[in-house]
Design a binder for this molecule. Structure first.
Ligand SMILES: CC/C=C\C/C=C\C/C=C\C/C=C\CC/C=C/C(=O)SCCNC(=O)CCNC(=O)[C@H](O)C(C)(C)COP(=O)(O)OP(=O)(O)OC[C@H]1O[C@@H](n2cnc3c(N)ncnc32)[C@H](O)[C@@H]1OP(=O)(O)O
Ligand code: FAD
Length: 665
């Protein structure tokens, strides 16, 4: 706890129990305690220091990542941490590295697509780090179009092996994290060819490097793909390139849970949907939604605390300067982001529940919710990451000039975060998947088929296509039913409009192609409806703690009315609300901001982030920003010498030359 709390006055104005809000945010009292313990464990360990990260060269940064990963593993083993604790510890170490892909994709790919026998063989090795794995799907020529991958895995019945080969330059694996320098193994996605026939993409476990000296195995060419956006940031990750020259692996290293190749080379597909091959991506997409709320809440925490500390301009009578957080413009930019952080947190929890539920159903051979899981993970991944990336940049601007300094933590957070809009599925490509499912659902309405899950509202088509909002005062917008109906009507009408336009095209495919910009917007409207709905449902639950429910209610309304205001064109164009009702929503939004203002600092305190995890002099818990900024500046390598290197070569001769010229005048 800080000795001098420059934000004490702010904390004193909070009208709710912050400790109970921590529980609402984390999900349970247990979750708060575990997270707290792990965060402090990391913060107090000098090996996990990260304040100098942006000043390291790529090589130093990579070595630092290896050191931190090894140290984290040592602590996990020494302290006998549970899986939950270990995951949190890695999260608080907060440095992208090969372990993310090892635990996050390699292990889940084997769990999801390997037979029991294969899991039995490979998982213990992975669990003990006797092998390190990555997920090698994307190629130089194709990422989004998975069916377009070119790497081949040709079965050779003579030796009972697959021959893995990269036939072209564009078939080189390109991007997999952990591949460049660290991984010994990969799950490689390749076209399976047997008995002369191409059966499409399948996963194979392939060893890449020697377990003795880490050198590439014969036929394997691999390395790092080079520096990436920003200093520090994602450059700690060794995203890699990989080519195979007829590399042989035993037949039983094909992941055979979904389909098999027999000893004779016969291809057998189990009676399951082929999309289960994409299961690892679905799993990671749902984790990315939870991750979005973490990244967004970090940025918002920095911007809110700093905005409470920072003062600009005085009152007209020469009184004290105004905290920038008191400016209505600052509030209207910042509070929707604060509300979005909470919204993403709760929708992330719900998505995690949905994913678990679908997984259990799949194990019981019930595939009925597969489409729902795909639409929700793809759509929520796309919307939450796009919003978060933009929001981090907005938080940088909200912090003025100081936000541009590395010591604010925001440039690095942005650089680390933006690829989330691309990896695990480009956001536009994923939203078009949602749109495809929306169009399918609309086309089935006429046949009387009742949509289910998050599409169920479309079943109310008769009503939602013609309903008119009953809102007649700003307060009416506090009614969750009014919000829900407006969002449902907007999403449905946008989808139906798209479907009608597509039906006028020469073919469904051509119509979809022509209307894809509108389809994107319809998909976003549908996903925003899900986020609003899940927030409303959360607030309807019993939530203990003085004032906690009221604050969440206010944030829920901020989120919904902000989206309504931002996308007013959609709501008006589809006739769901009138311009007057739009203006009333904006009026209500202003009142809600005033309600959030005294609680803002406490609402970000409830994220319970240590100063180490935040990594920002502007976001310090104690608000003592200026001495910290001043001190940080002196740590820059440029300040190691008073006179800079290069002075004698470049500055002195220049100055002297000018002096000489002047003296000749
Ligand atoms: C590792 C991190 C761990 C934890 C995360 C925690 C925090 C995150 C922090 C950091 C993350 C760290 C690192 C990131 C690592 C990144 C890794 C990667 O990027 S791996 C590579 C990912 N690649 C992609 O995502 C590719 C995107 N493309 C696709 O998914 C598909 O090709 C696409 C869906 C676009 C198209 O597929 P295609 O087969 O061509 O199908 P089509 O459109 O015709 O659809 C056919 C049919 O299938 C249905 N469908 C498609 N996808 C799925 C799915 N996933 N599940 C279920 N069903 C699916 C589709 O709806 C259609 O159905 P119908 O036939 O119409 O019924
Ligand atoms: C930091 C990072 C880490 C990664 N880690 C891994 C990893 O561990 N393993 C792995 O296998 N891969 C990894 N990837 C690769 C990643 O999954 C792909 O980059 C991603 O799926 C996007 O594919 P792409 O690069 O082919 O983009 P492209 O598909 O080439 O996208 C280029 C543009 O085309 C547009 N576009 C493409 N198709 C369509 C369409 N049908 N309709 C409309 N517009 C379209 C996109 O919206 C985009 O604007 C990583 C990528 C990054 C950046």
């Amino acid at each position: 706890m800080a000795e001098v709390d420059h934000l004490a006055a702010e904390r004193a104005t909070a009208r709710f129990d912050v400790e109970e809000m921590k529980v609402a945010w984390a999900g349970s009292r247990h979750a708060v305690h575990v997270a707290d313990r792990m965060a402090r464990l990391v913060a107090s360990d000098p090996v996990f220091r990260k304040d100098n990260r942006t000043m390291l060269s790529r090589k130093e940064l990579f070595k630092d990542t290896l050191r931190k990963a090894a140290h984290a593993w040592k602590r996990i083993v020494e302290l006998r941490l549970t899986e939950e604790e270990a995951d949190l510890l890695r999260q608080y170490v907060d440095q992208p590295g090969y372990v993310d892909l090892h635990w996050g994709m390699f292990v889940p790919a084997i769990k999801g697509q390997g037979t029991e026998e294969q899991q039995h063989k490979w998982l213990p090795l992975a669990y003990k780090f006797q092998i390190i794995g990555c997920y090698a799907q994307t190629e130089l020529g194709h990422g989004s179009n998975v069916q377009g991958l070119e790497t081949t895995a040709t079965f050779d019945p003579k030796t009972d092996e697959f021959v893995i080969h990269s036939p072209t330059l564009t078939s080189s694996k390109w991007w997999p994290g952990g591949l460049g320098k660290a991984s010994t193994h990969a799950v490689v996605y390749a076209r399976l060819i047997t008995e002369g026939k191409d059966y499409g993409i399948h996963g194979f476990i392939v060893q890449l490097r020697s377990l003795e000296d880490h050198s590439p195995l014969p036929g394997v060419t691999l390395g790092d793909i080079g520096g990436k956006f920003g200093s520090g940031a994602y450059n700690s990750m060794d995203n890699g390139v990989l080519r195979f020259d007829h590399v042989r692996i035993p037949r039983d290293q094909m992941l055979m849970r979904l389909s098999q190749v027999t000893r004779e080379g016969k291809y057998v597909h189990s009676n399951v949907p082929k999309q289960l091959l994409y299961g690892t991506m679905v799993y990671v997409r749902q984790s990315i939604v939870a991750d979005a709320s973490k990244a967004l809440s970090r940025a918002v925490c920095i911007a809110v605390r700093y905005s409470a500390v920072r003062k600009q301009f005085g009152s007209q009578d020469g009184g004290p300067e105004t905290q920038v957080l008191n400016y209505k413009t600052q509030q209207s930019r910042l509070f929707p982001l604060l509300a979005s952080a909470y919204a993403f947190r709760f929708v992330g929890d719900w998505l995690n529940w949905l994913y678990t539920d679908v997984t259990q159903k799949l194990e019981a051979k019930d595939f009925s919710t597969l489409q729902e899981a795909h639409a929700c993970t793809a759509g929520l991944k796309a919307v939450t990451t796009s919003v978060t990336a933009d929001a981090i940049e907005e938080c940088r601007k909200l912090c003025g000039g100081h936000g541009y300094l590395n010591s604010s933590g925001l440039p690095e957070l942005f650089a680390v975060y933006v690829p989330a809009c691309t990896y695990e599925g480009d956001n536009v490509v994923l939203l078009l998947q949602v749109a495809r499912i929306l169009m399918k659902t609309v086309s089935q309405l006429a046949s009387g088929k009742q949509p289910v899950g998050t599409m169920a509202y479309m079943g109310k088509v008769q009503y939602l296509m013609q309903c008119k909002s009953a809102v007649s005062s700003a307060e009416d917008w506090l009614n969750p039913d009014a919000i829900q109906e407006a969002f449902e009507a907007r999403a449905l009408r946008m989808a139906v409009n798209c479907a009608q336009n597509i039906s006028q095209a020469a073919s469904q495919e051509e119509g979809f192609y022509e209307r894809s910009p509108d389809l994107l917007e319809a998909a976003v409207a549908h996903i925003q409806l899900i986020i609003v709905t899940k927030f409303i449902e959360k607030v309807h639950q019993e939530i203990p703690g003085h004032g906690v429910k009221e604050q969440l209610q206010a944030l829920c309304n901020v989120y919904a009315l902000y989206i309504l205001h931002k996308h007013l064109g959609d709501f008006l164009a589809t006739g769901c609300i009138t311009p007057r009702q739009g203006a009333l929503a904006n009026e209500q939004l202003g009142k809600l901001y005033a309600q959030v203002r005294p609680n803002a600092v406490a609402l970000v305190d409830a994220f319970n982030y240590t100063d180490h995890y935040l990594g920002s002099v502007l976001g310090r818990y104690d608000g003592d920003v200026y001495p910290a900024l001043y001190e940080e500046a002196w740590k820059d390598p440029l300040n190691e010498t008073v006179v800079p290197e290069g002075y004698h070569e470049y500055l002195r001769p220049l100055i002297k030359q000018q002096q000489l010229k002047l003296s000749r005048l």
